[in-house]
Design a protein around this ligand. Structure first.
Ligand SMILES: *[C@@H]1O[C@H](CO)[C@@H](O)[C@H](O)[C@H]1NC(C)=O
Ligand SMILES: *[C@@H]1O[C@H](CO)[C@@H](O)[C@H](O)[C@H]1NC(C)=O
Ligand SMILES: *[C@@H]1O[C@H](CO)[C@@H](O)[C@H](O)[C@H]1NC(C)=O
Ligand SMILES: *[C@@H]1O[C@H](CO)[C@@H](O)[C@H](O)[C@H]1NC(C)=O
Ligand SMILES: *[C@@H]1O[C@H](CO)[C@@H](O)[C@H](O)[C@H]1NC(C)=O
Ligand SMILES: *[C@@H]1O[C@H](CO)[C@@H](O)[C@H](O)[C@H]1NC(C)=O
Ligand SMILES: *[C@@H]1O[C@H](CO)[C@@H](O)[C@H](O)[C@H]1NC(C)=O
Ligand SMILES: *[C@@H]1O[C@H](CO)[C@@H](O)[C@H](O)[C@H]1NC(C)=O
Ligand SMILES: *[C@@H]1O[C@H](CO)[C@@H](O)[C@H](O)[C@H]1NC(C)=O
Ligand SMILES: *[C@@H]1O[C@H](CO)[C@@H](O)[C@H](O)[C@H]1NC(C)=O
Length: 621
């Protein structure tokens, strides 16, 4: 292991070397940046001589790599977008996008070694972590992943992970049909990563994300398992902060903060520094709630995360495989396993913590070839297994959302997951709601019959044969004016003006947003672009917060909707819902507002949030 002295020596050599190259390239900006970095390193030598020194804390930043990446130039470097201009390339890219969910031409153009911007909070650079940390087996499973995307995942890991902590990388191929992912991948790995143990396991049968991950975990021999999706790029110094809590307490798990890159342009967008808490609604859709920590808590320290997203996390191998029994092996394809593991961690062990100074970038594909064409409701089945094992007296809250769906699903044999829960003597589901995520039932009330102000079709009063209609685009869902369907209200014309004072599409979590008159994930705030008011007297749908200044207006020529200054005589601004609760609408100011309805008298004491159950070996304060 490098000592601090030699590490610093290396920094010097590098900085001097690159100083000379950099001046003409970046000029004054680079000079400032470099001198800031050099200052930082000298800061560290001061820090190391203080209280942390005797505890063998180490600056794990790999400055050699950081400098190397700072001077890289080319498409997509520093996480920038690549925009194609050539018509042929655009056409090919579009074609491949619909087959894979990725801009393949764009990906192929970007170096496998590309740099991405350091999205950490600047203070993260200065923290020290223990010198001794457990090593990791990184498990990456894939099904028909785009070759260059997978290559970039591997290079980013090898480039930005301390070799002494990287025990191995395990690739598990879930029986892809793309032949590039067999021999060419093996050759690529042998040629490019001679100094890293990379093992490849090819499954002979499609097993889905969940069982495929377990297949990887079964052959792993590192001390800690890290699970990654195959479209992930790790950021600077991502691993030591992620391992530090696990070293101190092997019965908890950690997840990095997850930034996002676009599957079209590969542009990286950083998540907020003090990110969010994972949660779910009662239709079991994953959501983020805003982050709450006790007063005075250093926000860059790991903090409790109720529900993991699942695309990236670290967990002690023996704890996961032997104590927690991994995942439910009868979950199919994808989804529910992240809830299951989060419940296990919070109800049967010491929890899950998100680490703000550990960052990776990941993408959500809008199209996923591995999940289409599954001929049965695997997701409903997974959810039913999850609910049967974990939800105790809250099972019906989920089932009542969709009786028709759940009644006909046979969840299969639940013996094994149920006996794991019994063996671990886990707490009940109520504990999770009361102590791990007390804000959940405020955001997602258990009683689905919370009154709505108005619902059904939204008809123009100028021409009652026109209704607002939900139009699904490729990446955008917009509201348009279309002919009102008669008879049963069609799905695309059913809206609800809820107690949140939002206009929600059906029973989804998509809310009408005034900025582009499209549907975006609901914010649930009583301000901003999703805060509306329906005025029963004027029949106008106006801005909930700007004093009647702008109103939803029909454009019959273009069949669209837009916001325009309110004018009570303008009949293009008059609307009618199929159902209107006049009692509620007439009492608008006084009732139901989300904040009023749910937070009233229900103070949450964030100071009593579960404290982190580990000793900080190298203080972050
Ligand atoms: C990378 O991008 C970030 C912001 O997007 C910028 O602050 C930084 O200077 C860039 N780094 C390089 C080496 O260009
Ligand atoms: C990526 O980086 C590795 C290690 O520095 C180097 O061996 C390899 O040639 C690079 N590959 C490309 C395509 O730049
Ligand atoms: C990782 O840890 C295991 C168990 O302590 C050890 O056997 C193995 O040699 C370590 N791997 C590396 C690469 O140091
Ligand atoms: C592998 O390690 C050897 C010996 O340390 C070194 O010479 C070589 O450059 C390394 N190769 C790569 C691709 O990192
Ligand atoms: C309403 O629109 C329909 C369809 O475009 C049209 O046939 C009808 O004449 C319009 N009615 C009025 C009152 O403008
Ligand atoms: C939505 O996406 C479609 C197809 O990608 C595009 O044609 C349309 O202009 C977009 N609409 C808006 C409002 O952005
Ligand atoms: C309402 O007005 C506020 C302030 O002008 C604005 O920020 C918001 O986007 C508007 N919202 C709607 C739904 O029109
Ligand atoms: C908004 O309009 C309604 C009905 O036209 C009116 O009663 C109300 O006072 C108006 N609000 C403001 C702040 O002007
Ligand atoms: C309001 O609408 C009426 C009817 O369309 C129109 O005559 C009037 O000029 C409008 N007022 C303003 C201020 O735009
Ligand atoms: C209408 O709103 C009132 C509250 O003002 C509520 O008590 C009532 O249950 C609502 N009616 C329906 C049918 O939702």
């Amino acid at each position: 292991m490098k000592t601090f002295k030699t590490l610093k020596l290396k920094i010097r050599q590098f900085s001097i070397k690159y100083f000379i190259i950099l001046i003409p390239i970046f000029g004054i900006i680079a000079l400032i940046a470099l001198s800031a970095l050099l200052n930082l390193t000298s800061d560290k030598s001061i820090k190391i001589s203080t209280k942390n020194a005797q505890k063998s804390c180490r600056d794990w930043n790999n400055y050699e790599q950081i400098y190397k990446e700072m001077i890289r130039k080319g498409p997509g470097e520093n996480g920038t977008a690549v925009i194609l201009t050539d018509d042929n390339e655009l056409a090919l890219n579009k074609k491949l996008f619909s087959a894979t969910g990725f801009g393949v031409v764009v990906s192929d153009r970007i170096s496998v070694n590309r740099s991405i911007k350091d999205t950490r909070h600047p203070n993260c650079q200065k923290y020290l972590y223990p010198e001794e940390l457990p090593n990791v087996s990184i498990i990456i499973i894939f099904y028909n992943e785009v070759f260059s995307v997978l290559q970039r995942t591997l290079h980013s890991i090898v480039n930005r992970t301390p070799p002494e902590l990287l025990h191995e990388i395990i690739l598990v191929n879930d029986m892809s049909s793309n032949s590039e992912l067999y021999d060419p991948l093996e050759d690529y790995v042998l040629d490019n990563f001679p100094n890293t143990t990379i093992r490849i396991k090819n499954l002979l049968e499609r097993k889905g994300l969940i069982v495929t991950r377990l297949e990887g975990a079964e052959i792993a021999t590192g001390e800690v398992l890290v699970f990654f999706d195959s479209h992930t790029e790790v950021n600077v110094n991502w691993l030591p902060p992620l391992l530090t809590p696990i070293k101190a307490n092997r019965r908890l798990a950690t997840n990095p903060t997850i930034d996002y890159f676009s599957p079209e342009t590969f542009k990286v967008d950083g998540a907020p520094h003090y990110s969010d808490r994972g949660a779910f609604d009662w239709e079991l859709i994953w959501h983020q709630l805003s982050r709450k920590v006790p007063d005075g808590y250093n926000k860059l320290k790991p903090y409790p995360n109720p529900i993991m997203l699942g695309c990236a996390f670290a967990i002690d191998r023996k704890f996961f495989m032997e104590e927690l029994d991994g995942y439910d092996r009868d979950f199919r394809i994808w989804n529910a396993e992240n809830y299951e593991l989060s419940f296990k961690l919070w109800l049967c062990a010491d929890g899950l913590y998100e680490v703000p100074c550990s960052r990776i970038t990941h993408t959500f594909r809008t199209l996923n070839p591995s999940r289409s064409n599954v001929p049965y409701d695997y997701l409903g089945r997974n959810f039913k297994r999850l609910v049967e094992v974990w939800f105790d007296d809250h099972k019906d809250v989920v089932y009542d959302r969709n009786r028709e769906r759940y009644d006909k699903i046979d969840p299969g044999d639940l013996n094994r997951p149920k006996s794991v829960r019994a063996r671990l003597n886990c707490k009940n589901f109520k504990y999770f709601l009361d102590y791990v995520i007390p804000e959940l039932i405020m955001k997602y009330p258990i009683d689905k019959k919370v009154p709505v102000f108005a619902s059904g079709q939204i008809k123009s009063m100028l021409n009652v044969s026109y209704c607002m209609d939900f139009v699904k685009g490729q990446n955008n869902e917009t509201a348009r004016l279309k002919n009102c369907k008669e008879g049963d209200i069609p799905e695309s014309q059913y809206f609800r003006m809820t107690f949140h004072k939002n206009i929600v599409f059906g029973h989804t979590e998509l809310c009408l947003d005034a900025y582009n008159i499209n549907f975006l994930e609901c914010h649930y705030t009583e301000f901003g672009n999703q805060f509306w008011r329906f005025n029963l007297k004027s029949n106008m749908i106006n801005n909930g917060s700007d004093d009647n200044k702008s109103c939803l207006t029909a454009d019959f020529e273009e069949h669209k909707l837009y916001m325009k200054t309110c004018n009570v005589s303008d009949i293009n601004q008059k609307w009618k819902f199929s159902y209107q609760n006049s009692t509620a609408l007439n009492d608008w100011e006084n009732i139901y507002g989300y904040e009023k309805y749910f937070y009233a008298g229900q103070e949450i004491n964030w100071n009593s949030m579960l404290p982190l159950e580990y000793d900080e070996e190298c203080s972050m304060d």
